[in-house]
Design a protein around this ligand. Structure first.
Ligand code: NDP
Length: 465
């Protein structure tokens, strides 16, 4: 990881901070940013409200609005509002995650073979720093789920359906945290940045707010905003939210459908994979290249827990019992997608860690030698692998991710479009990410990137795209 390879120059920011001033934001990007800032919270509300008021039909509210049967005001009035109970639940939840993140150093790496936890180095930042991270996400996940289980089985302090029962009030609480943390990070970047040299100013206030200025904002030595908000409270909550949906099905119908079990299992594998590989995650685009703004802060607090769990929510309102063949096809698609996703990521990680001195699919990997200059003008060398999954297409890890995402949706049957939002969203996210990443790599490696794309011509689907 090195510099953000857009046209950037060092810049003296207000408060004397030295940051990076990147080229002006074009109108297209700016319109996208403003549109997202204004509409994303309503999109989340729409999908959750559609289940609450219209049994997850996304067309019915639009039809009623069009015919005048409903108004925006009447829909809004029918939605549950903020409650202090939800605020207490959410405060307790976030506080628990902060305590587990900050106060319980990782011990799982001492007895789990092959797991990298504890203090780990991040990638080099554009300013040349290497941050240290306490990797204890797996441990936090295990403790949180053990507490959840102990409560459901023995203590009965709260109902396992507590999350579902407070879902829309919790939406308001997550929005308060999401906006507060993004605004705090924005102000902090101007007034007391953690590393002024790693700040990126675009000259456009909306863009700065949304895409972030600071690269790795921290409070104190260890509270890293990106690592905390990306992983917890959102991703730890993901599996608990799904369990709460399953508990609600049990309460309402007296049974849990096989579709709900499939969604819980497949998404559970994805979440556990994330925490098992949390140290690897320090080398992904989110940590290596993205700055911390509303996109990550609000997205992790609100978008992720509410929209990544739509399938389970849908199944509470529309229980679907799949035929054995349908369930088996979903499982196969989900596990194949996961296998490609994990293996492709693993191959690149192994290749980069060993500098190409490894075996990929039983052979020495082939690669293209690349050269690039960092911000300080120094010449560096790198390698782009052209064998294994990385020889089939340039982002087969995204393709595997998309196959898994499709499996969650297909698990809900074909009755409504609502649970399919996730695959539409993931396709847009990962195709956009692919284009963004390739733009950066082209600027970074120049003609060497061209040699790579000649050798591996397709991005996601060999022969098609
Ligand atoms: P990648 O892990 O694909 O990393 C891309 C980087 O890898 C490039 O910038 C380049 O970095 C390097 N690279 C590209 N091609 C090669 C090659 N052939 N050989 C060696 N190195 C190469 O991207 P992400 O960080 O975006 O994704 C990580 C995983 O996270 C993916 O599997 C993705 O599906 C998943 N993800 C999931 C999301 C979700 O919401 N569920 C959101 C985002 C990601 P360099 O500059 O070092 O050369």
């Amino acid at each position: 990881c090195t510099f953000d390879w857009t046209v950037c120059a060092f810049h003296q920011g207000s408060g004397g901070s030295l940051g990076v001033l990147c080229r002006e934001v074009d109108w297209f990007s700016l319109s996208g940013v403003i549109l997202l800032l204004c509409t994303a919270p309503f999109q989340v509300f729409f999908f959750v409200m559609a289940c609450d008021q219209y049994q997850c039909s996304v067309t019915q509210p639009l039809v009623e609005l069009y015919s005048g049967e409903a108004t925006l005001g009447s829909i809004w009035d029918k939605a549950p509002s903020f409650t202090w109970t939800a605020a207490q639940i959410y405060t307790a939840w976030v506080s628990l995650q902060v305590v587990l993140y900050m106060c319980v150093p990782d011990i799982t790496h001492k007895f789990l073979p092959g797991y990298s936890g504890g203090v780990q180095d991040g990638a080099r930042t554009p300013a040349g720093l290497i941050n240290k991270y306490e990797i204890n996400g797996l441990q936090s996940w295990l403790i949180t789920h053990a507490l959840w289980y102990a409560n459901a089985k023995y203590f009965h302090w709260f109902s396992p359906t507590i999350i579902f029962d407070n879902w829309i009030p919790l939406l308001w609480c997550t929005n308060i945290l999401g906006y507060s943390v993004s605004t705090f990070a924005f102000i902090k970047a101007y007034l007391f940045p953690t590393n002024a040299e790693d700040c990126k100013f675009t000259g456009n206030v909306f863009y700065n707010y949304m895409m972030g200025i600071e690269f790795n904002p921290r409070i104190g030595k260890w509270f890293d905003f990106k690592l905390f908000f990306n992983g917890r409270p959102g991703i730890v909550a993901w599996t608990l939210i799904n369990l709460s949906y399953a508990a609600k099905q049990q309460e309402l119908y007296g049974y849990v459908t096989n579709s709900m079990i499939l969604v819980n299992v497949l998404q559970g594998i994805y979440v556990l994979d994330f925490f098992w590989n949390e140290a690897w995650y320090l080398k992904t685009i989110d940590i290596c290249h993205d700055h911390f703004g509303w996109y990550l802060g609000w997205g992790d607090c609100v978008w992720l827990p509410f929209l990544y769990t739509l399938q389970g929510l849908y199944l509470v309102y529309n229980p679907v019992q799949l035929s054995t063949a349908h369930a088996a096809a979903v499982l196969l698609l989900g596990l194949t997608g996961y296998y490609i996703f994990r293996s492709a990521n693993h191959q690149k990680d192994l290749f980069r860690r060993t500098d190409g001195k490894c075996s990929i699919w039983g052979k020495k990997p082939t690669f293209i030698e690349c050269a690039y200059r960092s911000a300080d003008g120094c010449l560096h060398h790198s390698k782009l692998m052209t064998s294994g999954f990385w020889g089939v297409a340039r982002h087969l890890n995204y393709t595997g991710d998309l196959m898994g995402s499709l499996a969650y949706c297909v698990a809900c049957g074909f009755g409504h479009i609502h649970p399919y939002f996730y695959i539409f969203y993931m396709t847009i996210l990962l195709v956009h990410r692919c284009v963004r990443d390739e733009h950066r790599c082209r600027s970074k490696y120049g003609k060497d990137w061209k040699r790579y794309t000649d050798a591996v011509p397709y991005r996601l689907l060999p022969g098609i795209f």
